[in-house]
Write a protein that binds this ligand. Sequence first.
Ligand code: FA5
Ligand code: MG
Length: 416
Amino acid sequence: KAFISITVQTKTNEISLLNNTYAKDDYTNVTDKLVSYLGRNIFLKPHHPLSLVRQRIINFFYKSFVNRRGNPIFSIYENLPPIVDIDQNFDSLLIPEDHPSRTKSDCYYINRKYLLRAHMTAHQSELMQAGLNNFLMIGDVYRRDEIDRTHYPVFHQLDAVRLRTKEQIFLKDEALNIFEEGNNTAFTSAQEKQACHSLEAVKLMEFELKDTLVGLAKYLFGNNVEYRWVDTYFPFTQPSWELEVLYENNWLELLGCGIMRQPILSNAGINDKIGWAFGLGLERIAMCLYKIPDIRLFWSNDSGFLNQFKVNDINATISYKPISQYPQCTNDISFWLPKDREFSSNDFYDLVRSIGGDLIEQVSLIDNFIHPKTGKTSHCYRITYRHMEKTLTQSEVNVVHKNIEKSVEELGVTIR
Ligand code: FA5
Ligand code: MG
């Protein structure tokens, strides 16, 4: 039955999503399975672990940034619709036409114009145009990606923007400016400041940004948290950094941030301010804070999971106790890739997820082989099945696996 759900879409030339109808075209790749997540808003449900993390971060910003009367200055946007256009998700953020993050194999497109937002940064420009200077944007984001315990095609991000004028950063010091006549030829690395900015302004912004984010990491993980800054690149910030924290002996990427590229502000009609911005993932933080072992659990309606987060104090220490680990079943699938059309592993992952739903714990490419005579490529994937709340029988798994084998031919592959 699950197998029918992906074919339904191809019968009509339109898709209805959140009370709107969209024409399909050659870019359409949203699946029915994905569409079923729209509007579930688990990050807003009281006591949901993502909601606890969300509220703690909001409280940190309320406490850290107040005006002279002691009122919080950051405004919170958590109902921004997840369907955005390519201008919001890419163009307004100066993401180049040929950037890999735009490809069909990375995003869920509704058609050539609209997609499910791939990051919360998509709303930056519209909120700046509305006149806001300090704001947080929180919501569900959608990406085509691998399948394992830490990756899910829907996850949640919290993004922030803070804009400052010359008077706000330099106070009464008339001699200092945000902008200078930039020497555009002086680029040596991605870490260099933008030519239009003065070094003084950038250093003060960098200091406040890093101080805020280290403060946030300590607020969430405790004062003794070990952290490090890593230089990185984003098309919409320069310089750019990632903050990593040490968690169970691994460096975990918590967030990306940087000084906003000035054309994003000027395109939004802002010519007298400099800004910093960051974006973080809520699942990663919740998985560490509450020791949640598998990202699928966030979507569980099981009371054995949800009740563990019913606390009166959102800052309470919670350590998730697995209800029980039910056994895994693995089944492999091998096929020849088509020679006459494109094939991306993400196409296969989506298909597996559409059919197997949350029974799928992991899909991994275990063999990639080119036939020496025919030149044909063969992929072998290992699919790990595990139910979160009961033991799966081999025959239940076989039914799903057969359905996957049957429908994988839609991708033009030939089962070996
Ligand atoms: C971005 O999405 C940028 N928009 C962030 C940003 C905003 C940078 C503003 C500068 C200014 P990235 O793809 O690295 O960047 O994701 C940001 C964070 O989301 C990551 O640090 C991580 O915490 C989380 N994240 C990213 N991909 C996943 C995933 N597949 N599963 C869980 N969390 C993820
Ligand atoms: Mg990243």
